[in-house]
Ligand binder design. Structure first.
Ligand code: SAH
Length: 253
């Protein structure tokens, strides 16, 4: 999927931005960079500042293809998405980057290409260029200061597409667990162990007169919710029960 994403930069005037865009792409796993009529830039002889900004992504920078028109840049592409900070007079199908990434996945799954098109630093994309895109992607920025640096915009969109690709390949959850219980170093406590601990806690709280059994209120349900939310493992439950044993021993002295 990664090889089917193309980043297209139109008429970029600062070669440092081209280098930064190459770096943004490479960090996200994308390699296909096309430059439409760049101002004073030749990938075969890249400027010093562009190489400096690309750092380890000089291969992407030097491997960029230069074409004269947007039409040429996207002739073999199925879906063209134009990134723009401005609203247009004729509204175009508008998506935020996450929606656009979802749309891109449906195309990538068919092994077809998706292009993300970025405009000039000063004036962005022309209406004509945007009309050649099926989707207008807008990064929901601060309304009073909405325009990102072009390479930053490349980074944001590339990141969202990378996330969507990894998610579609089930590679996200395998590495980043939102649930502490996965790949934990100890087995999770089972329900019997948790209930044993909660009962032990309740007995201790009665013993030390924190909990009045004739007027328990919501104390135990609230404590149970706290411990359920933590999803404790077996060793954690043992530690907690050890603490309760010690509380009792000292209280009974
Ligand atoms: N003044 C120009 C800003 C150009 S910024 C304008 O009004 O369009 C250079 C490029 O970065 C833009 O053409 C666009 O491709 C991208 N970009 C910057 N901010 C963006 C945003 N909020 N949403 C989507 N793309 C953005």
């Amino acid at each position: 999927m990664f090889q089917d994403i193309r980043i297209v930069l139109i008429n970029t005037s600062h070669s440092g931005n081209i280098g930064s865009a190459a770096r943004a792409m490479k960090t996200m796993g994308f390699t296909d960079l096309v430059l439409v009529d760049p101002v004073d830039f030749d990938p075969k002889h890249p400027s010093e500042v562009s190489v400096a900004m690309a750092t380890g992504a000089a291969d992407i920078l030097c491997g960029a293809r230069v074409v004269a028109t947007l039409a040429e840049a996207v002739e073999d592409v199925a879906i063209v998405m134009g990134a723009s900070a401005r609203n247009r007079h004729i509204p175009w199908p508008l998506m935020h980057p996450r929606q656009a990434a979802g749309k891109a996945i449906t195309v990538l799954k068919n092994e077809q290409k998706v292009a993300l098109v970025f405009g000039r630093e000063r004036t962005g994309l022309t209406n004509e260029e945007l009309s050649m895109c099926q989707v207008h992607v807008h990064i929901p920025t601060n309304e009073e200061f909405s325009s990102l640096n072009v390479a930053s915009a490349v980074q944001v969109l590339s990141y969202e597409i990378r996330m969507a690709i990894l998610d579609s390949q089930d590679k996200l959850d395998a590495h980043y667990s939102g649930d502490w219980g996965v790949s934990w170093d100890n087995d999770l406590a089972n329900q019997k162990e948790i209930n044993g601990f909660i009962e032990h806690l309740e007995r201790t709280l009665v013993d030390i007169e924190f909990l009045d059994p004739t007027n328990p209120r919501q104390l135990m349900p609230r404590l149970r919710r706290l411990f359920q939310r933590a999803v404790p493992d077996k060793i954690e439950i043992n530690i907690l029960r050890g603490i309760l044993n010690m509380v009792k021993r000292n209280h009974d002295k």
